[in-house]
Structures are given as C-alpha cells and as structure tokens.
Design a protein around this ligand. Structure first.
Ligand SMILES: Cc1cc2nc3c(=O)[nH]c(=O)nc-3n(C[C@H](O)[C@H](O)[C@H](O)COP(=O)(O)O)c2cc1C
Ligand code: SF4
Length: 455
C-alpha cells in the first residue's frame, strides 16, 4: 500500500528542492541564517512592520484587501476581508492566532517556512495585530513539529530580546506579545474553532458557525484574526512592494504565489513556490521531474488528502489556482499535491485515507463519528476480499448522509475523497467486489438491506 503523504524524510534531509518561479515566500530560505533576526533583517526583514506602525490601521486592512491575498490554509477566504470583520472597541481583547497545526496528509509547506524563515510569519502577524489593534498573538503549532517549534521559539525569544515584541515594540510605544502553544497531535485542532477550544485548554471540538465565527467570537469569545502560516508570511512582501504589485501576479481571482507540496510517485518531491494559474502538467514535468522512473500517471490528489481525486485524463488542461481546480470539481486546498502512479491500488489507498479521517473525528456529530467508521469498515472488508454486492451503493448513501450534515467540515473531508474515488475509479472497485466471489454469482445484498431497514 502506498504511504499517502509520507513527507517527513523529504524535509528532514534539508534538501528540499526549491522551484525557479517568482520567489516571494521561499526567496531567502536557502540562506542558513534566515531564521535569525540578523539574517532576516539583512535581507529587508522587519521593514514592513516599521512602515505599518506609521500607517492608519484601516489602511493596512485596505492594502491587504487590495492585494487579493486569500487564505492559504484551505478555504481561500480573502484575508483583508476577514480582518475587516473584526469589531472595534468591544471592551474585550482582540487576538491574532496563527494556525500552524498543518496535519492534512500531503501538506508540509508551513513547516518549511517555520523552520527556515519564521520571522516572515511573525512580521505578518504583527501587521495584522496593528491593523485590528490587537496586543495578543499566539502561534498554535502542531505537537509533532519538534524542530520547527525550536526554531520558532528561538525566533520569538530573539524578537523579545531586540524589543520587537514586548511592551514597546520597535520603540513605538505599542504593546504586542506572542505566545507559542504546542498542540497534542489531533488533526481536528487545525480546524479553526477546534483550535480555539484547544487553545483555551478544552477538548479540541469544533464550534458551530454561526455564531462562533472567530472574527467576532473567537478566543475566549473575543474578536480573533485566525490565519494560516503561509497567509501571514505573504503580508510583509505586500506591504513592502504594494498591493498592486502582488495583484499583478497570478490570475484574475487567485492572486500571488502559492506553496505547493509535491509528494508521491514523482522524481523530485518537495515544496515549490508557483505563481497562481501555473499549468499542472508543466509543474509535474518541470518542477517534479516527471513521474517516478518513467512510470504511468494514474491519479492526482491536488490539495491535500481531503480534496477529491482526479484521473490522469482530467488534468490535461488543469491550472493550479482556486478556480482552476474547482472547475474540475476539486480544490486547491492546502496545496498538498499527491501524485499516484498505476501501481496504486485504489481500494487500499482510500482505505488508508478513510482510516485517517475516521480516527480523527472528534466524535461530536453522529454522521461523522459513526459514518466514518462504517466507511472504513466497508473498505477494510473490501480490501480483504469480503465484499457485498451493494457496497458501492451503500458507500454513496453513507457519504451523502455525512456531507453537509456536520458541525465542521471534517465530515466533508471524509465524504468528498470517498465519493470521488468510488466514482472515478468505479471499475476498479467493482472488479474488487466481484473478485470476492471468485467467479460465483454474488448473493443478493443483505448488508444493504440491513442498512436500509435502519431508516
Ligand atoms: C479538519 C480541518 C483541519 C484543518 N487544518 C488546518 C491546518 O492544519 N492549518 C490551517 O491553516 N488550516 C486548517 N484548516 C482550515 C482552518 O479551519 C481555517 O480555515 C484556516 O486556518 C484559516 O486561515 P486562512 O484563511 O489563512 O486559510 C482546517 C480545516 C478543517 C476543517
Ligand atoms: S464533523 Fe466530525 S470532527 Fe467535525 S465536529 Fe463533527 S464529529 Fe467533530
């Protein structure tokens, strides 16, 4: 069985290939001192925040709005617009939270930024803090990220020592503090409201939206700006070079550059920075070095494991941007591209993913908690040659009952890949079901009848 999204070794060897595109986020990461204040400042770092501290906070929001920057954590919501939703003068503190939980299988871009260029993200957070007049910031970092955590802590400590964080940042009289909080290994704590619950010391169980939109009812039910690492890291460049310059990069609706994590059966796995709208086939050939050992492309998961899978023939004209992928019924997501060759058994691959999502359910909603396990059990039976003739129909019924019927989108994150696998590779699933009967006529579907009787 292929290990979907097994990227640890790629980053761990510190030889991550860097693409040749316009570099905004990865421009300086090859410098060994970029993670220090001195290294960062020697390449223009912390000039954006000095500029921001002299600006009207509303003008900072307008600049980010004008740039067209959209959230890089998965949903693609416009960052400036999100900041503009934060109410003023509520009498409560306003918080800035950076989502560094990065647990989506196939995604390992934030890790690179945190390890090699943490000050870019910190500076972006500072700009957001000034824009909404917040004095309290937090980075929620994935518990398993030991080395990135050490790098980040060192960066934060240096900022405090230099007076870039504290009671009088950059001598401006403005107070701004930053806490680094380590998660404890739950994927659901990457979902923004689950993250906030966890940050408050509770179980990481997502909140209902509405009313708990973080901008208005976030940390301790106070206004909160919550963005992904990559989103914050893009902000200093926008301030330094202007929103108009950023908006000229990319496509009409997908502006700027995007970090893409490429893994699977390719010759050069790694993190690449591409301009939005870049053709996928070219990316596969040029950046990824083509298919591993010249093997045949079978499928692509374009934006992390929760995004619907595409067949080789679907990606002919695909472009890497929000609209480009959504035209094909899938998503840019977190940018975790997983490439599969024809050695991959689709039943085994989706069983692997279903196991992950079932295991990571927080258990609050029945469709996600129960449905996830049913789906996993069905694939597990199927892969062991113990299928029921009605399994595909049953799977469709279950995922239809999960998607759109849960508190948070983790239910959808399970339902969408399952539906796309069994629809797009239907023949493979049917063949596996027929194999269970070794040429004998399958019996009538008792399992499905049993399931229907429950409703
Ligand atoms: C199950 C689940 C897991 C998520 N995990 C992450 C994550 O690890 N990192 C992240 O930035 N966003 C994650 N998100 C998206 C966040 O809820 C949120 O939309 C994002 O952090 C907002 O930042 P952005 O607007 O900059 O993208 C996840 C969402 C869901 C439903
Ligand atoms: S969808 Fe799943 S993970 Fe999300 S709140 Fe419901 S049970 Fe929890």
């Amino acid at each position: 069985m292929i290990e979907l999204g097994n990227s640890a070794s790629i980053i761990a060897n510190r030889e991550t290939p860097v693409g040749q595109h316009r570099q905004i986020l990865l421009k300086h990461i090859q410098h060994p001192d970029q993670h220090t204040v001195a290294g960062y400042e020697s390449r223009g770092g912390y000039s954006a925040i000095r500029k921001v501290l002299a600006m009207d906070p509303v003008a900072v929001i307008e600049e980010v709005k004008k740039s067209g920057l959209r959230g890089r954590g998965g949903a693609g919501f416009p960052a400036g617009q999100k900041w503009s939703f934060v109410p003023r003068n509520t009498g409560k503190p306003t918080y800035i939270v950076c989502n560094a939980d990065e647990s989506e299988p196939g995604t390992f871009k934030d890790r690179l930024l945190i390890e090699r260029d943490p000050h870019a993200m910190i500076e972006g957070m500072m700009a957001a803090a000034w824009a909404v007049q917040s004095h309290w910031m937090c980075v929620y970092i994935r518990g398993e990220y030991g080395y990135p955590y050490t790098q980040l802590k060192q960066a934060v400590n240096e900022c405090y020592a230099k007076g870039y964080l504290g009671d009088n940042i950059f001598g401006s009289g403005y107070q701004l503090h930053l806490v680094v909080h380590r998660g404890a290994g739950a994927y659901i704590c990457g979902e923004e409201t689950g993250l906030i619950e966890s940050l408050e010391g509770k179980k990481g169980q997502p909140r209902l939206k509405p009313p708990y939109f973080p901008a208005v009812m976030g940390v301790y039910h106070s206004p909160t700006v919550l963005n992904n690492v990559e989103t914050f890291a893009a902000v200093p460049w926008i301030i330094n070079n202007g929103a108009d310059a950023y908006a000229t990069i990319g496509t009409e609706k997908s502006k700027g550059t995007k970090l893409v994590c490429a893994s699977g059966h390719i010759n050069k796995p790694g993190v690449y920075e591409i301009e939005m709208g870049y053709p996928f086939k070219r990316f596969l050939q040029e950046e990824c070095g083509g298919m591993l050992n010249g093997t045949r492309l079978k499928a692509v998961i374009p934006g992390g494991s929760s995004t619907p899978i595409l067949r080789a023939e679907d990606i002919e004209d695909a472009t890497m941007d929000y609209e480009g992928w959504s035209k094909l019924g899938t998503f840019l997501g977190s940018g975790g591209v997983i490439v599969l060759n024809d050695s991959v058994d689709m039943v085994d691959a989706i069983q692997n993913l279903a196991h992950f999502y079932a295991h990571e359910s927080c258990g609050q909603c029945t469709p996600c908690r129960e449905g996830g396990h049913w789906v996993e059990k069905i694939f597990s039976r199927m892969s062991q040659g113990d299928s029921d003739p009605g399994d595909l129909e049953l799977l469709h019924t279950i995922v239809n009952q999960i998607q759109g019927h849960t508190i948070c989108p983790l239910g959808d994150a399970l339902a969408m890949p399952v539906r796309s696998f069994i629809t797009k590779f239907q023949d493979e699933f049917k063949a596996r079901i027929m194999d269970s009967f070794e040429g004998k006529t399958p019996p009538p579907s008792t399992l499905h009848a049993d399931f229907k009787s429950l409703h």
